[in-house]
Design a protein around this ligand. Structure first.
Ligand code: TRP
Length: 467
């Protein structure tokens, strides 16, 4: 009887401990960078950054963006990764582990909700991108007339079945990668895709730059105009830094929980930020010289990506080929970003609620197909269904970018600066004293305690039109 009990309890102990030991994580330092960069690089680099840079003063906007990144984006990114690695758990569990008995875990819970809302519309934009690879390949977009390419786009987004089916295809693809796991799925995929992304960008950039008349595009993108450095441009830059670096909703925390113990977090985050900026600038170089060379007007958002760009490519030599490459590039960028978003609820269901990874992924995707369909159908069946004057698609975008992400970022910087404290931060960011970066850590801590929360609060109030 007694032996039985011992055997039983030993088994119980083993069962309790083994998930900790076998917790999947990124295996190499390069893998860490590929996955984190994969999260940062996304559709934001292709349709947000280049256009916003062009209209907000070119090189001077890039400087403003860099400053916002250094004071807001990077500190929160470092903080999130640090908290994740310290707790080694999903976003909700991480915060409840680091602040037992306190309500900080709610920030993680809000992050899980944000992940659903961002994915709901992001997967639909990705759906259009994937659909466009095939449409472009089959020659369906080969017109230099934006009215014709505009019609092709309209046909796609107003067709409920096409919108849904492409979104489901995207969901199937990312869930297949997520089911494979953190190292075999996310790490391996992003390690292969990121170099390919750079290669495609450079190829398309060279094509664009060698067109006659490319210069005007470079002028639009880079010519500094300091008169455009206004308060509005500052706020735009800060909001962009948030979305670009995937911060404020626990994605970086979840990825941080898979970071290696010997990873230098501030250095890694800085490298990712610089590589992400490089991708954004290269995307601008791939897009605007071509747009101007053929006399098109630069446009923002979906119409740049899905209406202007096909027409631009159709006008250039070898354009059919480069058009397909371009949408493959955009699909790759979107995929890495979606993996980081999907991992947030999956890790939560898996670790917090004890579902298997497969079940966690399938239930997340099932719920996403439901929530996402309200975004997918925003241009067809649900076009007239509006809340706060917005379609569901626009509402999810607005609520996450303008409310949930900044609130999340604000809470996280307050937590790290005021609740968690310097001693913990120093231990975490110096890898327990093994890295000689104490002065840097002091600077990061000072910024996150006093500067970041104030700036984020301003962005938040502005986004809600309170300021
Ligand atoms: N950074 C991605 C982009 O630029 C989007 C993204 C991925 C994101 N994960 C995120 C945005 C988490 C906010 C939060 O497209």
């Amino acid at each position: 009887m007694a032996t039985q009990v011992t055997v039983k309890s030993r088994a119980a102990v083993k069962h309790d401990v083994s998930p900790l030991i076998t917790r999947d994580s990124f295996t190499t330092s390069l893998g860490v960078i590929a996955a984190t960069l994969g999260s940062a690089v996304g559709l934001g680099n292709i349709w947000k950054f280049p256009f916003l840079t062009g209209v907000n003063g070119g090189a001077s906007f890039i400087i403003v963006y860099l400053i916002s990144t250094l004071l807001v984006g990077l500190p929160i990114m470092i903080a999130e990764i640090m908290l994740g690695r310290q707790a080694r758990a999903d976003a909700v569990t991480s915060l409840s582990k680091l602040a037992p008995g306190k309500p900080w875990w709610l920030v993680g819970a809000a992050g899980v909700i944000s992940a659903f809302l961002i994915l709901a519309f992001y997967t639909e934009v990705a759906a259009w991108v994937f659909a466009y690879i095939f449409k472009a390949a089959l020659g369906g977009l080969l017109s230099t007339n934006p009215e014709v390419t505009g019609q092709a786009f309209n046909q796609l987004i107003t067709d409920p079945w096409q919108s849904l089916l492409w979104q489901w295809l995207v969901l199937a693809l990312i869930s297949a990668i997520i089911i494979l796991g953190v190292s075999k799925g996310i790490e391996q995929t992003t390690k292969r895709l990121m170099p390919l992304l750079f290669l495609l960008l450079v190829a398309i950039g060279v094509r664009s730059l060698t067109l006659p008349g490319a210069m005007e595009g470079l002028v639009f993108l880079f010519q500094p105009d300091f008169s455009k450095v206004t308060a509005a441009a500052l706020l735009t830059a800060m909001g962009l830094a948030f979305f670009k670096l995937s911060i404020g909703m626990g994605a970086m925390m979840t990825y941080g929980s898979y970071f290696r113990d010997d990873q230098n977090i501030p250095a890694t985050a800085t490298k990712v930020m610089l590589a992400d900026l490089t991708v954004s600038i290269l995307a601008g170089i791939a897009i605007f010289p071509a747009v101007f060379a053929f006399g098109f007007e630069p446009d923002a958002g979906p119409s740049l990506l899905f209406i202007t760009i096909p027409a631009v490519f159709a006008a250039m030599p070898l354009g059919h080929f480069f058009m397909v490459l371009f949408f493959i590039l955009a699909a790759i960028a979107a995929t890495g970003a979606m993996l980081s978003l999907l991992e947030v609820p999956v890790a939560f269901l898996n670790e917090r609620l004890g579902l298997s990874r497969v079940m966690a992924t399938l239930s997340t995707v099932a719920l996403l197909a439901l929530v996402g369909s309200t975004a997918a159908l925003s241009n067809s069946l649900l076009a007239d269904f509006k809340l706060f004057g917005m379609t569901m698609f626009d509402l999810y975008d607005f609520a996450t970018s303008n409310i949930l992400l900044p609130v999340g970022g604000l809470c996280l910087s307050l937590f790290v600066g005021w609740a968690w404290g310097f001693a913990e931060v120093k231990a975490a960011l110096t890898n327990n004293g093994t890295l000689p970066n104490e002065r840097l850590v002091r600077a990061v801590f000072g910024i996150i305690k006093f500067v970041t929360p104030v700036l984020v609060l301003i962005v938040l109030l502005n986004g809600l039109k309170i300021l």
